[in-house]
Design a protein around this ligand. Sequence first.
Ligand SMILES: NC(=O)c1ccc[n+]([C@@H]2O[C@H](COP(=O)([O-])OP(=O)(O)OC[C@H]3O[C@@H](n4cnc5c(N)ncnc54)[C@H](OP(=O)(O)O)[C@@H]3O)[C@@H](O)[C@H]2O)c1
Length: 360
Amino acid sequence: MISDLDAFDALAAGKSITDDANYSWRVARHPVGNVTPSDFRWDVSQIPEPAPGEVLLKAHYLGLAPVMRMYMMGGSPSGEMPLRIGDVIHGRGVAQVIKSRHPDYREGEVVQGQIGWQTYKVSAMTPQEKFFRMAPNGLPAALGSGVLGMTGLSAYAGLFPTGDPRSGDLMVLSGAAGGVGSMVSQIAANVVGCDVVGIAGGPEKCAFLLDHGCSATIDYKNENLAERLDVLRPDGIDLYFDNVGGETLAACLERLRMHSRVVLCGSISEYARTEPFALTNYTRLRRSESRMQGFFVYNHIQRWDAVMADLAGWIREGKLKPVQDIIDGVQNMPKALAQLYHGRNVGVQCCSVRGEPEVW
Ligand SMILES: NC(=O)c1ccc[n+]([C@@H]2O[C@H](COP(=O)([O-])OP(=O)(O)OC[C@H]3O[C@@H](n4cnc5c(N)ncnc54)[C@H](OP(=O)(O)O)[C@@H]3O)[C@@H](O)[C@H]2O)c1
């Protein structure tokens, strides 16, 4: 188990920010197992000045994702430089250009991209940082740190090109009340017409899911998963969207219908295990002529504009309710990351750097 969340409150205590310095969270130690407060170091430095060809960005919202623990361990699943001790932790978010010496960016423009866990950043806006201008869609810029950001692209890329969903599909979705999950449940049900059973931890999350696309739910922390799947999916599963891996993936593989699809999005239940989960029943794919396919969001980046336009359209039509769980204050970023592993978040876990209102 990770340290108690109170310990993360103690880490944030006494840390406040002003606009005349740069505040950042850096790697103090590579996490072993789940993240602990001693893995993070708070740093205060001068606000950097942009050189010719660079901009100064002021961060407003930062998104949180389970993969950040992997970054802190020195892994680089998204192609960024592996983090060493002392580096600013990687993270995407929404920022405003407040000084520009870059030919393509004007002061005042709002962008989203790789900012890191800090309040200011100087950037040459390189392709590796994957910056996008926020489209003028009338929706809050804060959504760029999650629903209209990399989480949204993940939900879309996992569901459509990977999952090939069809109207009437008998679907099961794990991690259903999380960032990717809460988007997939709504899009699959309200845009495609799938019948979605959502798996999440706790009665509050299950009640939330019934209002966000799911026709039925399984509270895996309080109910027997296999028994509930038998009750809710007596005819089997056409499409399983997997956010958690492990025993949940194995249970769904046991119940595949003919020509079903399994989307490997994530495996959060396995991330802190010392030994990977040994999946022994993958041969169930053979009997049902099913396919199991992974995807990696950064391989779908060329679809960005079209996907964001679709997502914004569905929000305006009321088919997709954006759900972002916003924690106030950059000093609480370590707690926000830990919360993901405690299952505390509903929707995309984000941070408003200075406690700005959600409508900014
Ligand atoms: N393939 C890609 O390119 C890609 C892109 C983005 C994300 N992902 C993956 O997609 C998954 C969802 O990402 P996200 O950013 O939306 O995070 P998220 O679902 O918001 O992640 C946090 C949630 O995971 C659940 N969880 C935590 N520990 C768990 C455990 N041991 N067993 C089962 N569930 C657990 C918790 O919900 P409960 O309270 O319900 O347990 C928690 O609220 C992650 O596995 C992530 O790594 C993959």
